[in-house]
Each structure stands twice: as structure tokens, then as C-alpha cells.
Design a protein around this ligand. Structure first.
Ligand code: IMP
Length: 185
């Protein structure tokens, strides 16, 4: 792993693939033992979550159903903090245990909107698994149940996460070099 450039920005190695996969396995085991009675419906959040969703669900050794939502937060003069749904919450979550699988919780805005949309469908329970969590960036009262890594308020790419469309394919995580130099990561 060495420094990479995406668009005009440099990123340095942050969390190794083997460290991520080890942690994903641990989370899967914890999830398996917590949902002994009834398997959850795994609700994966696209697009950034696609690698984590695939790796985590394949390590959960019970027959889980995997479905997806896709949304993006956008800001504009008339729609600050709004969410655009490209794939909305499916009706089959009603009366089921739901495990939301997300790549990263930053401010918590997207997750807050997702939880509200889920509530309308009346699931039996909702838990959240996120690969990355930035507690210092949080602006909404989101408490994830399963966290891969708590990280500082710095911009990361790889393992599904992108910078302006690039970097999702990288098997490990990288962090913005200038934030490391500024002592943020
Ligand atoms: P939130 O709504 O502020 O919690 O942000 C959630 C979304 O912002 C994530 O699903 C990502 O798409 C994006 N995001 C937040 N932080 C990062 C980052 O460090 N790298 C890449 N994407 C990020």
C-alpha cells in the first residue's frame, strides 16, 4: 500500500484489508449470536456500503435476506438537508427485524432520514451496523449497534467509499493526506 492520487488529491494508507476483514468477521459473529431467535432482514445502504454489505452478510452464518436502499443527501437553496431516494425502503420489512448495513456515519443525517422512512413501515426492530463511525462529526442522535471502526473526523476512501466517484474499488482504506499532516487522523 502506498500513497495514491484520486482526481487532484493525495490519500495515504489508513486501515489494511486484513484488519478490515478480521473486524468484519468479528461483527458477523456478534450479529449471529444476537439474532439467535429470528434472522434479520439485512437492509444494505448503497452505494458506499456495497463492499461491506457483501463481506458482512457472507460471514453471517444464518439464512438472512438481503435487500437495498439507495439515497443521497443533497443541498440547495430550497432543499437543504433533504434526501433523494433512488431506491426506497421495501414493504417486506414490516413486522421483521431489520439490520441496516451502512458504510459510514458522518453527521448522521442520512441515517436519521432512513430511520424515519423505516418507522413508517413498522418493522419489529431496527439495529444499525456501520463499518465506520465518526463520533466527532455527529449532528443527529444516531447510536449504531455494531461499529467496525470509530475514526476521527477525516475523509476516507476505499472499501466501497469514494471521493467524487473514485476509490470505491480499493480493497483497503485510505485517508486524505493533508488531514494526516494537519494531525486530524
Ligand atoms: P452523513 O449523512 O453525514 O452521516 O453522511 C453519510 C454519507 O456521506 C455516507 O454514506 C457517505 O456516502 C458520505 N461520507 C461521509 N464521510 C465520508 C468519508 O469520509 N468518505 C467518503 N464518503 C463519506
Amino acid at each position: 500500500m502506498s500513497t495514491i492520487t484520486l482526481h487532484n488529491k493525495s490519500f495515504v494508507p489508513y486501515i489494511k484489508e486484513e484488519t478490515i476483514l478480521k473486524r468484519v468477521k468479528e461483527l458477523a459473529k456478534q450479529i449471529e449470536s444476537d439474532y439467535k431467535q429470528e434472522s434479520p432482514i439485512c437492509l444494505g445502504v448503497l452505494t458506499g456500503g456495497y463492499v461491506f454489505i457483501a463481506d458482512l452478510t457472507r460471514k453471517i452464518n444464518t439464512p438472512v435476506q438481503v435487500v437495498f436502499v439507495k439515497m443521497s443527501s443533497y443541498s440547495g437553496t430550497q432543499s437543504v438537508g433533504s434526501i433523494d431516494w433512488q431506491l426506497s425502503v421495501p414493504d417486506l420489512v414490516t413486522n421483521k427485524h431489520v439490520l441496516v448495513i451502512e458504510d459510514i456515519i458522518d453527521t448522521g443525517l442520512s441515517m436519521q432520514h432512513l430511520l424515519l422512512a423505516l418507522e413508517v413501515k413498522k418493522p419489529k426492530s431496527v439495529k444499525i451496523a456501520t463499518l465506520l463511525y465518526k463520533p466527532d462529526a455527529l449532528q443527529y442522535p444516531i447510536k449504531p449497534d455494531y461499529v467496525g471502526f470509530s475514526i476521527p473526523k477525516a475523509f476516507v476512501v476505499g472499501y466501497g467509499l469514494d471521493y467524487d466517484g473514485l476509490g470505491r474499488h480499493l480493497p483497503e482504506l485510505y485517508v486524505l493526506q493533508k488531514e494526516v499532516e494537519a494531525g486530524k487522523a
